[in-house]
Design a binder for this molecule. Structure first.
Ligand SMILES: Nc1ncnc2c1ncn2[C@@H]1O[C@H](COP(=O)(O)OP(=O)(O)OP(=O)(O)O)[C@@H](O)[C@H]1O
Ligand SMILES: [Mg+2]
Length: 176
């Protein structure tokens, strides 16, 4: 069976332009991920794992970051896409699960709010319809959590539940 490459990263480089001059955080990184594959990137702290992946998704501040190389996702080049174009892909087709979701999420928002927000960012849908879909997504995966999804702020949830939020959000934008 032929391998279908979903994400192809070639010679990725990231340089931050700082007050003290340019800092190269990532240099000549290449990898690809095929359909159904799991890729694990390991390396010592500060070696550039997070910065690499943030740059792939266009999540670094463009004003002080220079990203080089080629990033192709489903035959589309991601580097150089406008923020508006990236938003159509990000969260729906490709997403980032933070290593430390407790600090990445806005602690006062409920998981329900954060899923609804993402559904409505991708399609024109009423809040109540988005809410219904959000509940069914959480229920499918985690029936016990679905009782609390609307009221519980992310700050009081277990880290493992917060880690699931990103996949729930992505799945919800695809209809569950
Ligand atoms: N905005 C920034 N400006 C300047 N340097 C930065 C910036 N963000 C990250 N860096 C630097 O880029 C390098 C790579 O950081 P990164 O967070 O990607 O490491 P990491 O491999 O994910 O580490 P860890 O395993 O601890 O999560 C570090 O030296 C970090 O200090
Ligand atoms: Mg990291």
């Amino acid at each position: 069976m032929s391998r279908e490459v979903l994400l192809d990263v070639k010679s990725l480089g990231v340089t931050f332009i700082t007050e003290n001059g340019p800092i190269t955080a990532v240099k000549d990184v290449s990898f690809d991920v095929g359909m159904g594959e799991v890729l694990c990137i390991v390396g010592e702290s500060g070696s550039g794992k997070t910065v690499s992946l943030l740059s792939v998704l266009g999540l670094l501040d463009r004003r002080n970051t220079r990203v080089e190389g080629c990033v192709t996702f489903r035959d589309q080049s991601l580097l150089g896409l406008k923020e508006r174009e990236l938003r159509r892909i990000r969260g729906k087709q490709i997403a980032f699960i933070s290593q430390d979701p407790m600090t990445a999420l806005t602690p006062v928002h409920t998981i329900g709010d954060q899923i609804i927000e993402q559904i409505r960012a991708h399609e024109s849908i009423t809040r109540s319809a988005a809410r219904e879909r959000a509940v069914s997504c959480v229920k499918l995966d985690c029936p016990a959590q679905s009782r609390h999804w609307r009221v519980t702020p992310t700050s009081s949830l277990a880290a493992c539940v917060n880690e699931r939020l990103s996949p729930w959000r992505s799945r919800a934008t695809q209809g569950c």
